[in-house]
Write a protein that binds this ligand. Structure first.
Ligand code: GLV
Length: 317
């Protein structure tokens, strides 16, 4: 049986499944392994089932033992792995798409609602007490008739678009390529981010973090938005230049943010904590039991498929 290092603790059902198909090394205490610990623990292993908390950069990948043939990431995103470095070493990298689209889209919509309807301030007031209902108390932005820009119209973006449309939002999007009519479902395509941002009363960031999307929200692009726009991010923190966004919030150029992901998690930029309107969550996108089991099962299946056939449907490098 193949020996696989599983870097984070999985839900029991998934660990049971892993034990049936390969020889897993579990992380029973769910300790966060350092890069050197991953290198050390992977000695004698055939593969690694990694998570988004493992930084598998070039330096780490170059030091992995030659026996490692696959890194199966327990996430749809794979910005934590240097794909080229893995490819150069003949290591296949896989991800877990589709199974988390619905759960992540739910959080994407929660971010939109939470930021627009001032949920962060509302929760704080309700907990503190002493608030009083009044005609103009915690007035927020209504979604009906509001334009939603979707940056990255993949499976998660399309699902958010569908729900937002049912709430009366008007959908615009930017994507590497224009979608066919069925997938676009009436959403308006913008070839440039400038064009998309200029019509986005609310933005939902749903694209992967890549060299091209890194810091796409920055000092210059934040000015493309209508005054008082809302920016939400359910994808990856690397897409946002935090200083630029916090500055735009402080200047009221941006009305509110809804964020589930951050650069340097879990240490988000403290500037966000000072902003009352910031609706912030601790990376909960895929956090439902069914979804986490489906993701882990897919990560396990990817390893089995790779060793059985030499190929894998969810290979990303
Ligand atoms: C979650 O953030 C994922 O990429 O799976």
């Amino acid at each position: 049986m193949k020996k696989i290092l599983i870097t984070r603790k999985l839900i029991k059902e998934s660990e049971d499944k892993a034990s049936k198909t390969f020889n897993p090394i579990f992380n029973t205490n769910d300790e966060l392994y350092s890069q050197s610990k991953v290198i050390e623990m992977s000695q004698g292993c055939d593969g690694i089932l990694s998570s988004l908390t493992d930084k598998l950069d070039k330096e780490t990948i170059d030091k992995l033992p030659d026996t490692i043939k696959i890194i199966s990431n327990f996430a749809v995103g794979f910005g934590n792995i240097d794909l080229d470095a893995a490819k150069k070493r003949g290591i296949t990298v896989t991800n877990t798409p589709e199974v988390l689209s619905d759960a992540t889209a739910e959080i994407g919509v929660l971010l939109i609602l939470g930021a627009c309807r001032r949920a962060a301030e509302g929760i704080e007031s309700a907990r503190e007490g002493g608030w009083k209902w009044s005609a103009d108390y915690l007035i927020g932005k209504q979604l009906t008739g509001t334009r939603l820009g979707i940056l990255g119209m993949g499976r998660i973006g399309q699902k958010i678009a569908k729900i937002a449309k049912s709430l009366g939002m008007i959908i615009h999007y930017h994507n590497r390529s224009k979608l066919n009519e069925e997938k676009a479902d009436g959403a308006v395509y913008h070839e440039s981010i400038k064009s998309l941002f200029s019509v986005s009363d609310v933005l939902s960031i749903c694209c992967p973090a890549t060299k091209e999307t890194e810091n796409m929200i920055n000092k210059e692009t934040v000015e493309f938005f209508p005054k008082g726009a809302v920016i939400t991010n359910v994808a990856r923190g690397d897409i946002v230049d935090d200083e630029a966004l916090i500055d735009a919030l402080n200047r009221r150029k941006i009305y509110a943010v809804g964020l589930d992901v951050y650069k340097n998690e879990p240490n988000l930029n403290p500037g966000y904590l000072k902003i009352k309107s910031a609706f912030i969550l601790p990376h909960l996108g895929s956090a439902t039991k069914d979804t986490r089991i489906a993701m882990a099962n897919l990560a396990i299946d990817n390893i089995n498929e790779f060793f059985d056939t030499g190929k894998c449907l969810n290979k990303v490098n």
